[in-house]
Design a protein around this ligand. Structure first.
Ligand SMILES: *Cc1c(COP(=O)(O)O)cnc(C)c1O
Length: 227
């Protein structure tokens, strides 16, 4: 079942990339495994998937400890300062940095773990108050500049979540805003690589707008069961 889903998603990514002239090797498919069991994750690992995403720090720690495999973990959820250590211990990328205080803590933990923590700045591109992330571009630049003063973190790109609406124009616009931020940062000299955007309902639009990392859960695992 999941292998069929995985093949289907990979095929769709491949076709979309061919259609728009992008190289599908530049795209990282992150299987969002929140709420999924160790067994399910192992199964998907066995059929070749290596990148997995979690949105709760303790859940990432528990799974990271138990699954002794060469999985590349991504932390994609809102991160509280006091739990940053769990994300730093296991995640190759933290996608959701949105304050100097959090980045300071990540830097401190990264030093302890003897690593350089790659991170994305989460931008709020939808104007929805319920969303995390930084809305103001100058504030994003400030945080990016601040990160350059820290030794144990590496600014790697931007992340956003499109609004949950049916209107494709609104979704696409949210991705366009992120891409504009990304291009402006690059013009200002930041050597960033990743645009983390696109989920089950909108990943093909995200690809068209320049996504390099897709965070996909439901299309691979089916509807989540939170019980
Ligand atoms: C759950 C989640 C996803 C995946 O959502 P689906 O719609 O199931 O693909 C992507 N990004 C974040 C931040 C999430 O929390």
């Amino acid at each position: 079942m999941i292998s069929t889903n995985l093949n289907k998603v990979q095929d769709q990514i491949f076709s979309k990339c061919s259609e728009i002239g992008r190289d599908s090797n530049d795209i990282t498919l992150i299987a969002v495994s929140k709420t999924q069991s160790i067994e399910t994750i192992s199964d998907v690992y066995r059929i070749g998937q290596r990148h997995f995403g979690e949105n709760k720090a303790q859940e990432l720690r528990d799974k990271g400890k138990e699954l002794n495999l060469d999985i590349t973990w991504h932390f994609i959820g809102h991160l509280q300062k006091n739990k940053a250590k769990y994300a730093v211990e296991f995640a190759e990328y933290i996608h959701s940095v949105d304050s100097i205080q959090l980045l300071d803590e990540i830097d401190k933990q990264a030093l302890k773990f003897g690593k350089v923590q790659k991170f994305m700045i989460e931008a709020n591109t939808s104007g929805e108050e319920s969303k995390y992330g930084i809305e103001n571009f100058n504030k994003i630049v400030e945080l990016a500049e601040y990160s350059m003063t820290l030794k144990n973190v590496e600014f790697s790109g931007l992340m956003t979540m499109a609004p949950f609406v049916d209107d494709e124009t609104i979704i696409r616009n949210s991705f366009k805003v992120l891409k504009e931020h990304f291009d402006k940062l690059k013009k200002n000299g930041f050597d960033i690589k990743h645009l983390s955007m696109g989920m089950t309902n909108d990943y093909l639009i995200a690809l068209e707008e320049g996504a390099t990392m897709l965070r996909i859960g439901t299309a691979l695992f089916g509807e989540r069961n939170y019980n």
